[in-house]
Design a protein around this ligand. Structure first.
Ligand code: SF4
Length: 490
């Protein structure tokens, strides 16, 4: 049997699979098929867009075309003609802005695959009851999926089997002619008794941990296949692991792999301890970020929505991470900083909620604490969550008129000020990789989790590393100029 995996990219609260990230879905599925002795190829939605929508011709444009940027550059016609089964991976549950990629909407995916003559299977987050949406605050895509012969949410689920599939699946990266950050899964489900009102993770998965040796073996295999950038990002809370487990996992990766980036993602602020933070700063690489699921600094909202931590606990977590992570590493970024996630549209939200958020964010500035980024999202209301039962989109609709203003105030008064402190004018960031052009400007960033976007006012070759000096600050990004060595050192 000839299988082809079509990666249309995934983004979930726990797990990113949008380039430059390669998610767990394509790797596990590839490994499962390969292990059974079948042939398997890997294509990306960018390959199909070029083939079907662009007539296989790349036009020169002033702005880099994100729709076809992440091609694998294979013969699409030949691969599709030889395909017996097409497995389509798709689904966005936490939509973000992607610098150099555009995930497929289900509408687009259906249009692309409907005339391909083979068995078609849809899997990934879009195949779950929660569907897919490319913009926050909007309802999921309601579209006829009869073009697919099967819809399988969990093509690969059992951790014992995944241990084997992940090893066979590592070679999938040979199809990607570009930088890859491998998203690694460490656990699924959530340890909280009462889930946060908006969250689907406890509905999707019961709490389960991967065997640490399976995790490190997978990283080693990917490393052998050429991957040097890793994020232990597919879990609801990395600090559910104990200190000894964290040390075992991270030290083994550092000892046995030749890597450039080792980052983590998703931390429950209530689980932050000095010991765990010290382990992360000891074994991970600089530029690391703890994405803290704070969601709101309004204690009423915390209570009503059963959120992770009170405002005081969140502040304590921010301070501990700063205490050990604020020191700068060799790439010019601090070792480990907190990232703050905020959600608009939760149950009970009022104008006071924004005032309380601002009060704590200003306190962070006043106490000279650093944060790497503030993610602000409009909540997506999913079926069967508490939020769905309590109020649905009532507060989203009620307060929508304020969101632009609230968000802008946070960007202007907090983000911009923090950026100026984090990377002041004259500060040097190393190994910043050029990714896209917009006119005569180039946008670049380092590899890893939540890297800072640097705008450079010249048209540089893409996919190259530069060292840059910061010259200005935007609301969420910076501008820089390339440091060129004096002629004698070139
Ligand atoms: S802590 Fe809350 S947001 Fe995180 S996985 Fe559990 S229920 Fe979901």
């Amino acid at each position: 049997m000839n299988y082809t995996i079509l990666d249309c990219y995934t983004d979930e609260p726990a797990g990113l699979g949008v380039p430059p990230y390669i998610g767990t879905y394509p790797r596990y599925i590839y490994g499962r098929i390969k292990r059974k002795g079948n042939n398997v190829k890997y294509l990306r939605i960018d390959d199909l867009r070029l083939y079907f929508f662009y007539d296989n011709k790349i036009k020169k444009k002033k702005k880099t075309d994100k729709k076809i940027y992440n091609r694998t550059n294979q013969d699409v016609n030949k691969i599709l003609n030889n395909t017996d089964v097409l497995i389509v991976i798709s689904g966005i549950h936490v939509p973000g802005k992607y610098l150099s990629a555009l995930p497929g909407t289900l509408f687009e995916v259906v249009k692309l695959v409907k005339n391909i003559n083979c068995k078609k299977i849809l899997t990934g987050p879009a195949a779950t009851e929660f569907g897919s949406r490319l913009e926050g605050g909007k309802s999921f895509e309601n579209i006829n999926l009869s073009v697919f012969d099967e819809i399988i949410p969990d093509y690969v689920h059992d951790y014992k089997k995944i241990a084997k599939y992940a090893i066979f699946g590592a070679e999938i990266v040979k199809y990607i002619p570009d930088l890859v950050v491998a998203e690694i899964e460490t656990s699924r489900g959530c340890s909280k008794k009462v889930p946060c009102s908006f969250c689907t993770e406890p509905l999707k998965n019961k709490l389960e941990f991967r065997n640490i040796n399976d995790i490190t073996d997978e990283v080693k295999e990917l490393n052998k296949a050429g991957v040097v950038h890793f994020r232990l990002g597919k879990q609801s809370d990395f600090f559910m692991w104990s200190c000894s487990e964290i040390e075992k996992m991270l030290s083994s990766i550092r000892k046995e792999c030749d890597i450039e980036t080792l980052h983590i993602d998703n931390i429950d602020p209530a689980k932050v301890t000095e010991e765990k933070v010290k382990l992360v700063t000891k074994y991970c690489t600089e530029g690391n970020v703890a994405a803290l699921g704070i969601e709101s600094f309004d204690s009423e909202i915390v209570k009503k929505n059963h959120l992770n931590s009170t405002p005081d606990t969140s502040m304590k977590a921010i301070k501990i991470i700063n205490k050990h992570g604020k020191k700068y590493g060799k790439n010019g970024m601090p070792l480990f900083l907190p990232g703050i996630n905020l959600l608009f549209g939760l149950y009970g939200e009022t104008k006071k909620t924004h005032e309380k958020n601002m009060k704590y964010l200003k306190q962070i500035l006043k106490e000279e604490l650093l944060i790497r980024r503030i993610n602000i999202r409009q909540v997506s209301v999913y079926k069967n969550t508490d939020l769905d039962k309590l109020c649905g989109i009532k507060y989203l609709c009620k307060n929508k008129k304020y969101y632009w203003k609230w968000r802008h105030q946070i960007r202007q008064d907090i983000d911009n000020e923090i950026l100026k402190r984090l990377v002041p004018v004259g500060h040097i960031l190393k190994n910043v990789r050029t990714e896209v052009h917009d006119g005569n400007n180039t946008f670049a960033r380092q590899a890893g989790t939540y890297p800072l976007v640097v705008g450079i006012k010249e048209k540089l070759p893409l996919k190259k590393n530069y060292d840059v000096k910061i010259i200005d600050h935007m609301l969420r990004s910076v501008t820089g100029e390339v440091l060129r060595l004096p002629a004698t050192e070139l």
